[in-house]
Design a binder for this molecule. Structure first.
Ligand SMILES: [Mn+2]
Length: 373
């Protein structure tokens, strides 16, 4: 049986951190459309189950569109069972006043187990896939390890939403101890909460996995995003997993070392080389980070660089994290105003080295005739 494991879709995220209102609106629609695409993939590839391991929505106030779209997709695809376990961002409101579709299975504050694809008759042969989950609360998060009871003869998928770690934490509801889940008969632990793809082993039998979010939203969610596809051989109790990229757009942080550049034009060439080498899709969102230390006399106009490249991608911003290097020996015996200025700043003991470099940089820029800094 094929099963999709997704999490952290954060539908209805504001998306305005980097984007204009108009682009944020487009991006919001794309997030929702990627959910539709995932369900379409499931339908076309004979996937029987979609597990949503929390944070389907980003906020409590869900738009009518986002709510309707998710429920309508479920109703339209009666051949797929949806297992939805709520995360720390989800609230009751998705299900308020709506008729729960027959193929939507929910979890609660106590462990609940479902036999996957129950109607198919597979369970009669004693080779069921059982999906078990619990929504963490401040009351239950310490006791879930003792109350979990699985039949080791079955193929066991356990669903949880929280941060994996070795130990549990008394005061942290959203912490999951992998160590305490050892030897419980788990084959696959379907997790949500961590926004990038991550997997590891629980014990000699089982593994845990975070699919990461379905679409990257900010530059802390760079790179490839999608869902995990499990292909389970119920008879042999063996399975494979695979990350299927599904995101419509990707985000990338591109570091560009500008150490020996002397002008905006030099820096632009350097950026151009990096972008050409990586060949990012035009749909991408890019953050160019300038690094390294330039000469204090380097002429550098970030706005111009931004303008030069921003139309080539859906979104691009240039962040200057480069510093300056001051060749003090060069100014030691310089009799010009510049030399005098540098020596004055250098002799100030109350100023940090980093600040000295900045002050010297600004002073030199002014002396060189740059009108606005
Ligand atoms: Mn979460």
């Amino acid at each position: 049986m094929k099963i999709i494991h997704c999490a952290d879709l954060h539908l209805d995220s504001k998306m305005t951190a980097n984007l204009t209102k108009e682009k944020a609106k487009i991006r919001k629609a794309e997030l929702l459309n990627t959910f539709i695409n995932m369900v379409r993939f499931a339908s076309e590839n004979d996937v029987k189950v979609i597990i949503i391991a929390g944070d389907l929505y980003d906020t409590k106030n869900i738009s009518v569109t986002a709510k309707n779209t998710v429920l309508d997709e479920m109703v339209k695809h009666a051949e797929i069972d949806f297992y939805y376990l709520r995360g720390n961002h989800d609230s009751e409101s998705l299900l308020e006043g709506v008729q729960i579709p027959k193929n939507l299975k929910l979890f609660g504050e106590n462990w609940i187990s479902y036999v996957a694809n129950h109607e198919s008759g597979i369970q009669q042969r004693g080779s069921e896939i059982v999906i078990t989950g619990i929504e963490l609360t401040s009351e239950n998060h310490n006791s879930i390890y003792d109350t979990l009871n699985l039949n080791p003869a079955q193929f066991n998928i356990v669903v949880l939403h929280g941060q994996e770690s070795l130990h549990k934490a008394e005061n942290d509801t959203w912490r999951i101890s992998i160590r305490e889940l050892k030897n419980k008969g788990i084959d696959y632990l379907a997790l949500g909460h961590v926004h990038e793809y991550k997997k590891g082993t629980i014990d000699s039998r089982g593994m845990y996995c975070y699919p990461g979010c379905l679409e990257g939203r900010g530059f802390d969610e760079c790179g490839e995003h999608g869902f995990v596809l499990l292909d389970i051989d119920e008879e042999r109790k063996s399975f494979t997993t695979q990350l299927i990229p599904m995101a419509y757009r990707s985000l990338y942080t591109v570091e560009v070392d500008i150490s020996d550049c002397m002008s905006t034009s030099d820096i632009s060439d350097r950026i151009g080389n990096c972008l050409d080498g990586a060949s990012y899709d035009k749909k991408s969102l890019l953050k160019i980070v300038l690094t390294g230390d330039t000469d204090i006399e380097c002429e550098k106009n970030i706005e111009l660089l931004q303008k030069e490249y921003e139309d080539d991608y859906f979104f691009l911003k240039v962040c200057d994290e480069s510093g300056f290097k001051v060749d003090y020996e060069e100014f030691q015996f310089d009799e010009s105003l510049k030399g005098e200025f540098v020596r004055n700043v250098m002799s100030e003991n109350a100023i940090t080295e980093e600040d000295k470099a900045k002050i010297i940089r600004y002073g030199i820029q002014l002396l060189m005739g740059e009108k606005e800094l």
